[in-house]
Write a protein that binds this ligand. Structure first.
Ligand code: TRP
Ligand code: SF4
Length: 327
């Protein structure tokens, strides 16, 4: 039986952190076997935040290297750049006309972006159109499924409505994608805020053992636990939040040790270091192998873009046909 087609993208923000791994990439790796996966670097979407991006070629390269090093497999998934696919742009131009302005203005991410007057004066059409381009990204492959986090659900719902509008005008041409929701743990940054590049509070996938040790050292523990003998409250501690994900087998023991002051923060952090380091080690060595292969990333993208064009050009041709572009 043919696998269902699944599409997902990730904005090019450079090297990736544990939040990307837990929130997105592990899920992508798992989906590769069940779906016909199309994964792309959302290069154009990255520009909705700023017009100039320094070192974009290395940001793209680093992101793809990170994908491959965690197990995204170019033999299974189609890996490509949005910016190499003119079909996405063509379809976005068309779908803009199936999208009432109000839908876009009501989008939570857009509302956030125009919260105050200063923000309003710098927000662009690109930002407003974000969900339209995203719809095109999906529809141009007639994808049946899109893995999304809860925060992206409103965007996907919007995509479905845009696609319904198109279909009600031209017939059942485009596929309405279903959300594939995954149970992802929420990973906080070392300062307890949301893990984000802009807060510089993340743990990178390419962190060295020393760098990792350093980041764990900086993690905020229970501030009430000043001396070694003070009992602690694991529920307010960042280190413990990580243990919940990475040391589930010894969680009760850690919580108990913390509450009774039987376990010191140093040892608790050391335990986390060992877990995380053991997880990152194979990723590091796979990355080293990938980086040693000269021209490999170019090859992967070229092959992926060829396969993506095969699908996208066929869908676009059908759209051009029903809309009457062809003489
Ligand atoms: N919105 C996604 C992000 O913020 C990127 C993205 C762009 C995407 N187009 C998509 C995701 C299509 C899924 C499907 O990272
Ligand atoms: Fe946090 Fe562990 Fe220290 Fe408790 S013992 S406060 S869980 S680091």
């Amino acid at each position: 039986m043919a696998k269902k087609r699944l599409v997902s993208g990730m904005r090019t923000t450079g090297s990736l952190h544990l939040g990307h791994l837990e929130g997105t990439l592990k899920n992508w790796v798992a989906l590769q076997d069940t779906y016909d996966c199309f994964f792309f670097a959302a290069v154009w979407h990255a520009f909705t935040d700023r017009l100039k991006i320094d070192n974009l070629p290395s940001l793209i390269r680093e992101m793809i290297v990170d994908w491959l090093s965690v197990g995204i497999d170019p033999e299974k998934a189609v890996i490509f750049r949005q910016s190499a696919m003119h079909e996405h742009a063509e379809l976005a131009t068309i779908l803009a006309n199936c999208t009432p302005l109000g839908w876009l203005e009501r989008c939570p991410t857009f509302k956030d972006a125009v919260r105050d007057d200063e923000a309003r004066s710098s927000v662009t059409l690109g930002k407003l159109m974000y969900p339209v381009l995203m719809t095109a990204d999906i529809a141009v492959y007639n994808a049946a499924a899109v893995p999304v986090g809860k925060d992206q659900l409103p965007h996907l719902e919007l995509s479905r409505e845009i696609i319904r509008r198109f279909n009600s005008a031209f017939g059942d041409i485009l596929t309405e994608p279903e959300a594939v929701l995954s149970q992802v743990p929420l990973l906080i940054g070392i300062d307890k805020r949301k893990m984000s590049k802009s807060y510089n509070n993340g743990i990178d996938l390419r962190e060295s053992p020393e760098g990792l040790k350093n980041k764990i050292q900086q993690m905020i523990t229970d501030p009430q636990r000043v001396r070694r003998n003070d009992p602690g409250d694991p529920e307010v501690c960042t280190v413990y939040a990580y243990h919940k994900i990475y040391t589930p087998d010894r969680l009760a023991e850690i919580a108990e040790g913390c509450r009774t002051a039987g376990l010191g923060c140093r040892d608790c952090k050391l335990m986390l270091f060992e877990r995380l380091n053991a997880m990152l080690e194979p990723i590091r060595s796979r990355r080293a192998e990938i980086e040693a292969r000269h021209g490999y990333i170019e090859e992967v993208l070229e092959a992926g873009e060829k396969r993506a064009h095969l699908v996208a050009s066929e869908v676009m041709q059908q759209i051009r046909q029903v809309m009457g572009f062809l003489l």
